[in-house]
Write a protein of this length. Structure first.
Length: 192
């Protein structure tokens, strides 16, 4: 019983340390007017993406009467909803993947070194905060930032590392990946 508060405190301290290295990007802000007897009442909705540039990323939305408060609420929600995405060589995705949310559909493709981030606004924010350096992405369907970001997260949740696939199938990673062409060429050059 006495250990639970200590574990909770350690988890909170770890979260604070991680919070110092987080990068957040404002993806979209929306002003909504409610017509009342005395005129219009304005409210703001913000969409924020937060990441640590090492494979962890989260998204959140917040609503408030003032813009800074909406952004703060969205940032807090994004920090709570962070997920870890496996990356190949710390710069791209392991494989191509598609994601859907509502009428939004996105296609994410891994890319060779030096390609950079080829993606539209909402998806670019996700990749930059996540720390991916090389990726090609296309948004099909809606251009609503909320749906595009949610479809991107749906796609990222489907990304699996070869190690996880090998463990699930009970095989070795080399069996999953097969022989790489450059490794086969190097062996043939050494033999001949």
């Amino acid at each position: 019983m006495a250990r639970e508060p200590k574990e909770g405190r350690e988890r909170a301290e770890r979260r604070e340390r991680e919070g110092e290295e987080l990068v957040d990007k404002l993806v979209a802000i929306n002003r909504v007017a409610k017509v009342v007897k005395g005129g219009r009442r304005f409210s703001f909705a913000a969409l924020v993406v937060v990441g640590d540039k090492k494979g962890r990323v989260g998204m959140g939305s917040g609503k408030a009467r003032e813009v800074p408060e909406a952004i703060r609420k969205a940032t807090d929600a994004a920090k709570r909803s962070m997920i870890r995405i496996p990356m190949r060589e710390g710069r791209t995705l392991h494989h191509d993947v598609e994601g859907h949310f509502g009428s939004g559909k996105v296609v994410l493709r891994s890319a060779p070194p030096g390609t950079g981030i080829i993606a539209g606004g909402p998806m670019r924010a996700v990749f930059e905060t996540m720390g991916i350096g090389d990726v090609v992405a296309k948004s099909l369907g809606t251009n609503n930032p909320h749906n595009v970001v949610k479809a991107t997260f749906a796609a990222l949740r489907r990304v699996q590392s070869p190690r996880a696939v090998a463990a699930r199938r009970g095989k070795k990673v080399s069996e999953i990946l097969g022989r790489r062409p450059e490794a086969a060429e190097a062996r043939e050059g050494a033999d001949g």
